[in-house]
Design a protein around this ligand. Structure first.
Ligand code: PAN
Ligand code: ZN
Length: 202
């Protein structure tokens, strides 16, 4: 984005608008992730899920992104909405990724209840989020967001352009922990070895 047009006047700002109730969007792009695209990420295997009557077309989350600009240091903004639900006890979540760059990211919860699972080498942490909470993530931390509530969990993410992301590491090695609905209103965050990292109410 050039700050000035060829006549030397300030160029127009980029604008966008998202109505998160129906995902009507102006500017930006909307991506929908269904269970089909989450194959291999939930602990329960895919064939079991199909037998458990969870359709492959079940929407797990939607992401709206508005571009940023590297030269002008305009950060990219995204808004993600994760549906409420669970797969074999594991609460609905995003794919999860790491950024192969030295850029961290700021998250802000706009609606609902959820949290961010982060991992840097063997260090795994859980940051619960409710409306108004902000979490700033250093660059090296892999992150995955989880809806722990009964309504959509909606949050914004702010990241320096250009947006670069690596998904393979999470697909191959996972996050090292899972967020499980245990009983009643309770959820637990447990490492793959079974250690309890955190618990909370949905
Ligand atoms: C977010 C995520 C978004 C979807 O904008 O990209 O929540 O998660 P996945 O990318 O793991 O599918 C963000 O962290 N951007 O950097
Ligand atoms: Zn990210």
């Amino acid at each position: 984005m050039a700050a000035y047009n060829s006549a030397g006047e300030p160029s127009a700002a980029w604008t966008g608008r998202l109505a998160p109730d129906d995902w009507a969007s102006e500017g930006g792009t909307v991506t929908v992730r269904t269970l089909r695209e989450m194959r291999g990420l939930f602990r329960r295997n895919f064939e079991e899920m199909q037998q458990a009557d969870l359709s492959e077309d079940t929407v797990i989350y939607r992401v709206w992104r508005l571009r940023g600009d590297e030269e002008q240091h305009i950060p990219e903004i995204s808004v993600t909405s994760i549906e409420p639900g669970e797969v074999g006890g594991e609460l609905f979540m995003t794919h999860g990724h790491r950024h192969p760059s030295n850029r961290g990211e700021t998250y802000m919860c706009l609606r609902g209840n959820g949290g961010i699972l982060v991992r840097d080498r063997s260090h795994i942490r859980w940051y619960p989020m409710r409306e108004g909470d902000v979490v700033q993530l250093p660059a090296a931390w892999a992150h995955r967001s989880v809806n722990t509530g009964y309504r959509p969990f909606v949050f914004s993410g702010h990241y320096s352009a250009p947006f670069t992301v690596s998904y393979d590491e999470i697909l191959n090695a996972g996050m090292g922990a899972a967020v499980m609905h245990v009983a009643g209103d309770l959820y637990e965050v447990r490492t793959n070895e079974g250690a309890l990292l955190a618990h909370g109410r949905r």
